[in-house]
Design a protein around this ligand. Sequence first.
Ligand SMILES: [Ca+2]
Length: 114
Amino acid sequence: MQTLNKTIKLKSTSNLTMTSRLEGCLATMISIFHEYSGKQGDKYKLNQTELEAILQKELPNYYKSQKGKENISKLMTTLDHDKDGEVSFKEFAMLNVCLAIACNDFFVDLQQGK
Ligand SMILES: [Ca+2]
């Protein structure tokens, strides 16, 4: 991940107009994160209340599977890789990557009749 981050550094702001479907998805993910992270405390990180709100509203099916304060607290601890007590965009993005992989695996297995 660290190596990939260094490779993908954007060079300027001139190419930040995201118009393709996948670029639109990335822009949406960034925008949603900041909408919730800006509500309390550090505006660039999610505290547990903000994390629960973003899961409840933006990932409702996943939220239902994680329901309960204890589970949200466990998820917070798991996502908080740098142990600063909050979830950064990078940590939130990792959750989205893991969910995308799990969904893809599910649908591939389904198509293969597994
Ligand atoms: Ca953190």
